[in-house]
Design a binder for this molecule. Structure first.
Ligand code: MUC
Ligand code: MG
Length: 385
C-alpha cells in the first residue's frame, strides 16, 4: 500500500513526527441544568488535547465526559492522568499520519480509555490536515455532505420549561427534532410529561426519547406501546447496556424503533448487536469508539447489518463536535441526522469561531484540519485551577 502522503515534499513528511502532547482539563458551565436518568450537570468537563508536530503544526482534540465517570467509566481526571503517563509517551517521536499505527500503539499502552484515545486521534488528524492544507474529512474518505440535521435535547425535567425551550428553538429555525431525556422519574410521570410535550409540539416537531439504561425489560415492554401512541419516533437505550438480548426481545414486539447507545462502544459490540438484531439505529460517538477510523468501522458494521446511523454526542464543544462532523460527513448514509447541539448548550465555546447552526442543521466548518481554531484565552479562562 503506498504511503498516502507520497505526494507531500519529503522534508515536510519527515517532520510529521509527534513532538509533544499537552492535555488541559476545562469546565464550561451550561445554560441550564441538563438532567439524565442517573446524573445531572450544570457544567461540562472536557480534556483538551494539543499535539505539536516536529514541523511546528499543532492539532487539537477533545475528550468529553458527562457527570464525571458516570455516563461511561472515564472522568476528566483519569483521562488527563492516562494521557500524560501512558498514551502520550507511547506516541512521542512517532509519525502522526500513520493513524492506525498510532491507534495500535495507544491500544498497547492502555485498555479502553476510549475518550482519551479519541481526543489524541482527533488532534493527530487535525495536525496532519493542517500540515497538508486539507480538511480532516478528506483524510477519512472525502465528504458526502457538509450539513447535518441536528436535534436539541430537552432535559430540564420540567415540561413547562421544555415546551418554552422547544418553541424558541423552532421559532429560531435551529431545531425541529427534540430528544427528551427520561428515566430520572417514574415511568408514569415521564409518560405524562411526554404527553404534554407531544400535545404542545405535535405536528410541528419530531420527538425521540433517551432512557439512558433506566428501565428494566418489563417496564420497557409496558411503556413502548404508550410511546408509540404519543408518536415518539425512536427510543434510545431503554435497557441497561448489558441487556442486548432484552433489546432484541423488545424489538420483536410492536412499538418504537430502538437506538443502541451505551451498549455499543467497540466494533465487537456493534457486531454482537447486529448478530442479535437488537437495534434499528446506532448512535456513533468518538468517546465510545476511540478514534475517527474506529467510528467509521462501527458505522460500516451497522450499515452491513442494515442498522441506521445517528450522529451521537456527549455535549462536546465546537472542537469535539467538529471532529464528529468530519467523520459523519464521510458516511454514505446518516438517515437519523445528528445531535451535535453541544456548542449551543455551553455558556461559552473554546474556539475562535463556533460551529454554525442554521435552518435546522449544523454545518461542517471549512478550512484545513478540523476547520476550528482553539481560543487560547478561553482555554485559560475555563481551565481547572
Ligand atoms: C446520551 O446518552 O445520548 C447526548 C445528548 C444528551 O443530551 O445527552 C447525551 C448522552
Ligand atoms: Mg444516549
Amino acid at each position: 500500500m503506498p504511503d498516502s502522503l507520497a505526494l507531500v515534499p519529503a522534508d515536510l513528511r519527515n517532520d510529521l513526527s509527534i513532538h509533544s502532547i499537552r492535555s488541559t482539563i476545562v469546565d464550561v458551565p451550561t445554560v441550564r441544568r441538563h438532567k439524565l436518568s442517573s446524573l445531572s450537570v450544570t457544567a461540562q468537563s472536557y480534556v483538551i488535547v494539543e499535539v505539536t508536530l516536529a514541523n511546528g503544526a499543532t492539532g487539537i482534540g477533545e475528550a468529553a465526559t458527562l457527570g464525571g465517570p458516570r455516563w461511561s467509566e472515564e472522568s476528566v481526571e483519569a483521562i488527563k492522568a492516562n494521557i500524560d503517563a501512558h498514551l502520550a509517551p507511547a506516541l512521542i517521536g512517532q509519525p502522526a499520519h500513520r493513524f492506525e499505527s498510532a491507534s495500535a500503539l495507544v491500544d498497547g499502552a492502555a485498555r479502553r480509555n476510549n475518550a482519551a484515545k479519541a481526543a489524541i486521534d482527533t488532534a493527530l488528524h487535525d495536525a496532519v490536515g493542517r500540515t497538508l492544507g486539507i480538511p480532516v474529512a478528506q483524510l477519512l474518505g472525502g465528504t458526502v455532505r457538509d450539513s447535518f440535521p441536528v436535534l436539541w435535547t430537552l432535559a430540564s425535567g420540567d415540561p413547562g420549561q421544555e415546551i418554552e425551550e422547544a418553541e424558541a428553538k423552532l421559532a429560531a429555525r435551529l431545531h425541529d427534532t427534540f430528544k427528551v431525556k427520561i428515566g430520572a422519574q417514574a415511568p408514569a410521570a415521564d409518560l405524562a410529561r411526554l404527553a404534554r410535550l407531544a400535545g404542545a409540539l405535535g405536528g410541528r416537531a419530531r420527538l425521540i426519547v433517551d432512557a439512558n439504561q433506566a428501565w428494566d425489560e418489563t417496564t420497557a415492554a409496558r411503556c413502548l406501546p404508550a410511546l408509540a401512541d404519543l408518536g415518539v419516533a425512536l427510543v434510545e437505550q431503554p435497557l441497561p447496556a448489558w441487556n442486548i438480548a432484552g433489546l432484541a426481545r423488545l424489538r420483536s414486539r410492536p412499538g418504537v424503533p430502538i437506538m443502541a447507545d451505551e451498549c455499543v462502544f467497540s466494533a465487537h459490540d456493534m457486531l454482537e448487536v447486529a448478530r442479535q438484531a437488537a437495534a434499528d439505529v446506532v448512535s456513533l460517538k468518538l468517546v465510545k469508539h476511540g478514534s475517527l477510523p474506529n467510528l467509521k468501522r462501527v458505522a460500516g458494521i451497522a450499515e452491513a447489518a442494515g442498522i441506521g446511523l445517528y450522529g451521537g454526542c456527549l455535549l462536546e464543544s465546537s472542537i469535539g463536535a467538529a471532529a464528529h462532523l468530519h467523520g459523519f460527513a464521510t458516511l454514505r448514509e446518516l438517515a437519523w441526522g445528528c445531535e451535535h447541539f453541544g456548542p449551543q448548550i455551553l455558556t461559552g465555546d473554546l474556539v475562535v469561531e463556533p460551529l454554525r447552526f442554521a435552518d435546522f442543521c449544523v454545518h461542517l466548518p471549512e478550512g484545513p484540519g478540523l476547520g476550528v481554531t482553539l481560543d487560547r484565552d478561553r482555554l485559560r479562562h475555563y481551565a481547572r485551577g
